[in-house]
Design a protein around this ligand. Structure first.
Ligand code: TNX
Length: 525
């Protein structure tokens, strides 16, 4: 809650009440909207103590001071690029010797030899200094997002906001993620999204400390990235999308641009080429590997489950070897996603035989395999990940020592409608309003699994009903921040009444950032 420049921190309900007493003593009766204190930090940190006293104020002379070399300096530059346009200040980047003892924002990279998460950070704000410290650059970057949210929403403005006061109330934060994998998936196959649009989506992930962007690069309607050894995949396989229209694809330079843009924000791209089903686009380009029940031609409909590559045909594996090899070479992350979902035209034995062969191809190209939960039927390596989405079959993978990524369709599918009246989206899994997306605990979601069986959570956005990034944003906001907090914050710090207040406060940032959002009736905007 902000009154006369003071922010009160609220981790639990009783902590909020304390804050209100202080506010009443200082300023009289609180207004209704002040009672649940919306400090702006989302996802809520592991621990956060407000310490009282005068705030730190960013002035015309405030520098960023960097300790710890080039990778810390890169994060400092990204902070400076956030602060300069809206404050209109120079925000110099200095070394400790240059800065001396003047009030400053300190970014310190201090490897401490511990084995915790790379994303851990600590942030202390006093009147004289903001001190952000981490053992890894990823932690510094996550801490910068917290600092960003402690500043007024106008910090997101692209124009100088001369009347604003850039003050940050004194606070001490210790923070680290609950889960190592906090992802979002974007389906660029059903409708194509340009590089710029993907970058806008990455900006949203970065703001909420997500660290994986899973790109669904191929499906029946389109194959979206150039494979040099198989040029027809994009010459023929990328010409359409759902509902007709142009489709599109990424050149290798485009793909590299996306990978770099994500890496600069400590986000890993996980490429997915869906197989053996959801392959009509590839089959239309290389019909010799088809076993489909329909002749392959560009497809603009939304049926699933009907296409498949021929699993007994060696030519299929030669094609997949080229695809997996070239995409793996362009992707610095550890994982390659093989899809594997909704194959309605193969026997179980044939499906398993296929997954086990493809698993070896993925390993041959130096990657670890991830696939939708159906791959749990095959004999997996212990390094595999199965992405749960509909049922309990993901647990099959645990007997091989593999881990589960949770994407329950009735909680995390951003392509589901909020209510029956939502214009965009589907309804097959559930209607998902923000509270449904927020109020669940990954550790107890699947029977027979514990937190140790999970790598994390991911929110998929399938694009049958969305054609551009504005439409994507109205489905992602405000539910993506809910899933981000499910993945980052300790369960005991998460409370719906507090979350909805913090979420409402975020909307002013989305306005400055030009991000559309759905005005859910559950949130006090
Ligand atoms: C199921 S979830 C699919 C996708 C669809 C989605 C629509 C999954 C692994 N497969 O092919 O786009 O439903 O919600």
């Amino acid at each position: 809650m902000t009154r006369s420049g003071m922010t009160f921190v609220c981790l639990r309900r009783h902590a909020c009440v304390l804050a209100v007493f202080v506010a009443m003593a200082c300023h009289g009766m609180p207004r209704a909207q002040d009672v649940v204190a919306p400090h702006g930090v989302l996802p809520i940190p592991q621990s956060m103590q407000s310490s009282g006293g005068p705030p730190f104020v960013i002035s015309a002379t405030t520098p960023i001071v960097v300790e710890g070399g080039d990778s810390a300096a890169n994060v400092a530059r990204s902070l400076a690029m956030l602060l300069r346009p809206s404050t209109g200040h120079a925000i110099a980047i200095l070394s400790p010797a240059e800065a001396g003892t003047q009030p400053a924002i300190w970014l310190s990279l201090r490897p401490d030899g511990t084995t915790g998460s790379d994303e851990r950070y600590s942030l202390t704000v006093t009147q004289n200094a903001v001190r952000l410290a981490a053992a890894h650059p990823a932690g510094l970057f996550r801490g910068v997002q917290t600092l960003r949210q402690l500043l007024p929403a106008a910090i997101e403005s692209h124009m100088a906001m001369e009347k604003a006061s850039w003050s940050i109330a004194p606070v001490t934060i210790e923070d680290a993620p609950r889960f190592a994998w906090r992802g979002a998936m974007l389906d660029v196959a059903r409708h194509f999204f340009t590089v710029k649009e993907v970058e806008q989506y990455i900006d949203l992930l970065a703001l909420y400390k997500m660290n994986v962007l899973h790109l669904h690069l191929s499906d029946d309607q389109g194959f979206r990235v150039v494979i040099d050894a198989r040029p027809r995949l994009t010459e023929i396989g990328a010409v359409s999308q759902v509902g007709g229209g142009e489709g599109g694809f990424y050149t290798k330079a485009d793909y590299a641009t996306i990978v770099r843009y994500a890496a600069d924000r400590f986000i890993t791209i996980v490429p997915e080429v869906d197989m053996p089903g959801h392959t009509n686009a590839a089959l239309s380009a290389y019909p010799e590997v088809a076993c489909s029940v329909r002749p392959s031609a560009p497809y603009a409909g939304t049926d699933v489950g009907w296409s498949t590559v021929c699993v007994d045909n060696e030519a299929s594996y030669a094609l997949l070897d080229d695809i997996i090899g070239e995409i793996s070479a362009m992707s610095p992350g550890k994982y390659f996603h093989v899809g594997g979902d909704e194959v309605h035209t193969l026997t179980s034995a044939k499906y398993i035989q296929f997954v086990e062969r493809v698993q070896d191809l993925v390993a041959k190209h130096g990657k670890l395999m991830i696939g939708w939960e159906e791959i749990g039927k095959a004999h997996l390596r212990s390094t595999a990940i199965v992405q749960q989405w509909k049922g309990d079959s993901a647990q099959l993978a645990l007997k091989y020592g593999a881990k589960i990524l949770l994407s329950p369709a009735n909680k995390t599918y951003l392509d589901m409608k909020y209510t029956a009246d939502t214009p965009l989206g589907l309804t097959w899994a559930a209607l998902i309003d923000v509270r449904d997306a927020y109020e669940w605990d990954p550790a107890t979601f699947l029977t027979g699994t514990t937190e140790q069986d999970l790598v994390g959570v991911e929110a998929p956005l399938w694009s049958e009903t969305i054609r551009n990034i504005s439409a994507a944003m109205t489905l992602a906001l405000p539910r993506l921040p809910a899933i981000a907090e499910v993945g980052w914050s300790p369960q005991q710090n998460r409370h719906w009444e507090d979350f909805r207040e913090r979420l409402a406060a975020q909307s002013r940032r989305w306005d400055y950032l030009g991000m559309n959002y759905y005005r859910s009736g559950q949130v006090p905007w």
